[in-house]
Ligand binder design. Structure first.
Ligand code: ADP
Ligand code: MG
Length: 699
């Protein structure tokens, strides 16, 4: 059977009683299969004997002669201190609560020791150690080190894994199809598992890891490949239009714009129109840096669908952003006869009922909103396009839910076109994994006349200079954002790890900005706990220029678009992540004039990596480059997009580190699916097993 089919309870393992069963259950290990998939996080190499004189750091296996016994403390608390020596190098072993070791470590005896040595008071010592006779085999070999949670011990996990492998190892089947396993020179699954838990040597370990890594990636790409093929085979979407040419409504919108579309926008639009023209639903990821004009492309896409008699929905992660999209849609599209509407969770009963009726009847043909767009009571007449803005903020399930709304209308079988937009570029290898079944468009260029935002670092003690500069911009009729990491009202407690230093929040600073720093200008405050009505008023006033200064938290991070704002001052900039800083900076420089971003940071407690982040932002203006920097500083595990994929629970593989294996796995998986159509119906046991844990068919 397959490893995941080993569902027998752990109590079936020799040496596992009810107590250990409960401990394992608490750690989420409910079966023998789950126990064997609980991979070590590290290893302790006890196979090599290192002389004491060669000790550098950490745990080590060594041999030495016991030279003397000392006793420290007295009575029942007496602790044995055994002095050892090897080739003139001395150390001592502190035997807390183990007085019996005086017999195991007799003076003059030669012993083998595995211990965690460290220097204390100029003496090399260990209190955590195990002993054996010289040449003994008690703790030779390479031992697994498992991630531990409450109550679990290395000893218990080692014992149970060892016994589980002995009892059940023989019946674990290979999963990767034999031809692929052969060409990749993979080990047998059972063998790889055995080695991974108890490697005979570091070289063997490498081979076992490679086998299991490849298997995981092969699975992943099988799922990705199957979904891609199913989408292409799902031919229920009648072409909305003919040719990749722009439609009448698209042309009319483009003519009305006071600017020209960029090359990237034009190309992307042609790609989208091409998708509408093909017989299967679009699934496209649109990547473009902050401010590259993705929203407009989304509107143009919506126009094509509406012209063909369908409806379009544009979903954004925050109400602030959704509302702004709705306002832009009203401004740009109403003159073309489109009926846009805004739908969010806080729309009151009566208004909401009306709105839902108009959506269900098809009277409204473009709806913009938040998660509310896929609430249970929302019905569409003929939803043909779902646009997901800032897609990295949504999960697979939410994506699926909005697509399912295609079936609530006249065509029960309908899968809408899907356009996902993101300013957080995804490294290529990830695009192949998480989004491997999507087509990708990129807008590489910025609208004409945009100048890169001038970015400066400023110490907190120099903040006054920043204010002086901002004052000049305000005097010239421009507007400014001041952003803080915290709201700073009483409800909020300081995040941990702050060394007790108080930081100023948006609330106090808004007051200070208004009263002391810029008394002749209007300022306003915006954060997540301000009531929605008030939020809307504040944004409208800032948008219209009635207020000049907006003090805010990172709520303004996504989407907010006020072209007249030329200054972005970020206080405690060291507390923000790279992509947040980049997004915040992207709020300015949206008009034709030069814009400025000031990263104000406090020097005390400034970590190395925080300084690196600030420098990276100062030196780079491209979101694509910054995303790569982010990867270097933070490592791949934290990249937005990995966790959110839902099914991408990789235990041992890392798509970035293992990108070579990923590409080979992809090729093998796709070839397998193409050569054997039966696999698509999941008649093959391997694929069936894969699809068991895959999410439902999305496209
Ligand atoms: P993002 O890609 O970050 O979502 P937006 O869609 O918010 O960017 O666009 C940023 C601003 O640029 C908006 O004010 C929009 O009207 C404007 N814009 C979009 N396309 C162009 C263009 N081709 N030329 C000039 N300005 C443009
Ligand atoms: Mg946007």
């Amino acid at each position: 059977m397959f490893l995941r089919e080993l569902l027998a309870p752990v109590s079936g393992i020799k040496g596992a009683g009810p107590a250990s069963e409960a401990l394992l259950a608490a750690a989420g290990i409910g079966s023998i299969g789950a126990l064997l998939s609980y991979y070590p996080r590290d290893y302790e190499d006890r196979s090599v004997i290192v002389p004491l004189s060669g000790w550098r750091r950490g745990p080590v296996c060594t041999t030495a002669t016991v030279t003397a016994h000392d006793w420290i403390g007295f009575g029942a608390m007496r602790t044995l201190k055994a002095h050892i020596e090897d080739s003139g190098e001395r150390a001592c072993l502190l035997c807390f609560n183990r007085p019996f070791l005086k017999n195991v470590l007799p003076v003059g005896g030669r012993v083998r020791i595995w211990g965690r040595f460290f220097y204390k008071y100029g003496e090399l010592q260990a209190s955590v150690f195990e002993t054996d006779t010289e040449g003994g085999k008690k703790f030779g070999g390479i031992l697994p080190v498992y991630p531990l949670s409450a109550g679990l011990s290395q000893g218990l996990l080692r014992k149970l894994c060892k016994n589980a492998l002995a009892q059940y190892g023989q019946c674990i089947e290979d999963e990767v199809p034999a031809p692929v396993a052969r060409s990749e020179a993979l080990l047998h699954k059972a063998q790889a598992l055995g080695i991974l838990h108890f490697p005979p040597s570091m070289d063997d370990l490498e081979k076992a890891r490679n086998t299991l890594i490849f298997e995981e990636l092969f699975y992943l790409e099988t799922v990705v490949g199957k979904r891609a093929m199913e989408r292409k085979n799902h031919g229920n979407s009648t072409p909305s239009k003919t040719g990749a040419q722009n439609t009448g409504l698209q042309k009319r919108l483009i003519e009305r714009l006071p600017f020209e579309l960029t090359g990237g926008q034009l190309r992307t639009l042609a790609e989208i129109n091409g998708d509408f023209d093909s017989p299967y639903p679009m699934a496209r990821l649109l990547q473009g840096d902050v401010g590259s004009g993705k929203t407009l492309v989304a509107f143009l896409a919506a126009l094509a669908v509406i012209e063909g008699g369908g409806q379009a929905a544009l979903m954004a992660p925050t109400e602030l952003l959704a509302r702004q999209h709705a306002e832009n849609a009203a401004r740009l599209l109403e003159p073309l006869g489109i009926k846009p509407a805004y739908l969010a969770g806080n729309i009151k009963a009566a208004g909401r009922r009306e709105l839902l009726k108009a959506l269900a009847s098809g009277e409204i043909n473009l709806v913009l909103g938040t998660h509310a767009l896929f609430s249970a009571d929302v019905q569409y007449h003929n939803l043909r396009l779902a646009v997901i803005d800032e897609q990295h903020r949504f999960g697979v399930i939410q994506r699926q839910k909005i697509l399912d709304k295609g079936k609530t209308g006249v065509n029960k079988n309908q899968i809408p076109h899907l356009l996902m937009m993101s300013a957080t570029p995804i490294p290529r290898t990830l695009a192949l994994t998480v989004f491997g079944d999507l087509d990708v468009s990129v807008i590489p260029d910025m609208p004409k006349g945009r100048k890169p935002v001038e970015t400066h670092l400023a110490k907190e003690s120099n903040a006054q200079k920043v204010y002086d500069f901002v004052k000049k911009e305000l005097d010239a009729g421009r507007q400014a954002y001041f952003v803080y990491p915290l709201i700073g009202d009483d409800e909020e407690s300081e995040p941990a790890g702050d060394e007790g230093k108080k930081i100023t929040g948006a609330v106090q600073m808004a007051e200070k900005l208004e009263r002391e720093i810029f008394p002749s200008y209007q300022s306003a405050l915006l954060h997540s706990r301000i009531p929605d009505e008030e939020k809307r008023r504040v944004m409208a006033q800032f948008q219209s220029g009635a207020t000049h200064i907006l003090a805010a938290t990172s709520v303004v991070e996504v989407g907010v678009d006020v072209p007249n704002a030329s200054c972005m001052v970020i206080h405690h900039a060291e507390r923000f992540g790279l992509s947040a800083l980049h997004q915040l900076r992207g709020r300015v420089g949206r008009g034709g004039s030069q814009a400025y971003c000031f990263l104000v940071y406090s020097e005390n407690g400034l970590s190395e990596s925080a300084l690196e982040r600030l420098k990276a932002i100062k030196q780079n203006s491209s979101g694509f480059v910054i995303a790569e920097e982010d990867l270097k500083i933070r490592g791949p595990g934290l990249i937005a997009g990995i966790e959110q994929s839902g099914y991408l629970k990789l235990g041992i593989a890392d798509p970035i580190r293992d990108s070579d294996a990923l590409l080979r796995a992809r090729e093998a998986a796709f070839a397998m699916l193409e050569n054997d159509p039966a696999l698509l119906r999941a008649e093959h046991r391997c694929v069936a097993a894969v699809l068991e844990r895959a999410p439902p068919f999305v496209y």
